[in-house]
Ligand binder design. Structure first.
Ligand SMILES: [Zn+2]
Length: 170
């Protein structure tokens, strides 16, 4: 069922609804999305990266936004409203200032214990490449894709970035 979800782009909520319907109508227990993803992560040796994000997807709270507590585009709070009073600082500027230099700790963030409104998950590039090369079919596709594309070239058609003006000029 998880393979169908991925292949047919079934959303997480729809997947969980289908899982519940199947369980109620057939008695068959299908693993939850969380347990299935954790199982796949473990056997495939994948690491996921998690960053807090704006609920409207304007930013991920990393890089220059790491210390922000509100989205600079829509002003939505980074954390659940009831968590704001838990911030160990009265300074709610955006971004929250760093800890004083005499207590400097590179991993320190004043809100690491708070619950974010939304999280952005992604699989790092090296892990995606590892996945592509783990499967014989996708590995062959990756290795022959560009050659196949060049063979079927049509100057009047843009099929992907490889047909773009900049890449073509390289
Ligand atoms: Zn936003």
């Amino acid at each position: 069922m998880f393979a169908c979800k991925v292949r047919d782009h079934i959303g997480d909520r729809q997947y969980e609804r289908l899982r519940k319907i199947l369980r109620e109508s057939t008695g068959v227990e299908i693993g939850s999305l969380l347990s299935t993803r954790n199982f796949l992560r473990e056997i495939l040796h994948l690491d996921m990266v998690h960053h807090h994000r704006c609920p409207e997807n304007h930013i991920a709270y990393c890089g220059k936004y790491e210390r922000y507590i509100k989205c600079p585009y829509c002003n939505s709070w980074r954390f659940f409203e009831h968590s704001k009073e838990l911030l160990p600082t009265d300074d709610l500027s955006n971004p929250v200032p760093s800890r004083p230099a005499d207590e400097e700790d590179t991993d320190w963030l004043p809100f690491h214990h708070l619950k974010p409104n939304a999280i952005y998950h992604y699989i790092p590039l090296i892990h995606r490449l590892r996945l592509l090369y783990a499967d014989a079919t996708s590995s062959r596709e990756v290795q022959t894709y560009l050659e196949d594309l060049k063979e079927k070239s049509n100057p009047n058609e843009k099929r992907d970035v490889w047909d773009g003006r900049i890449i073509s000029s390289l």
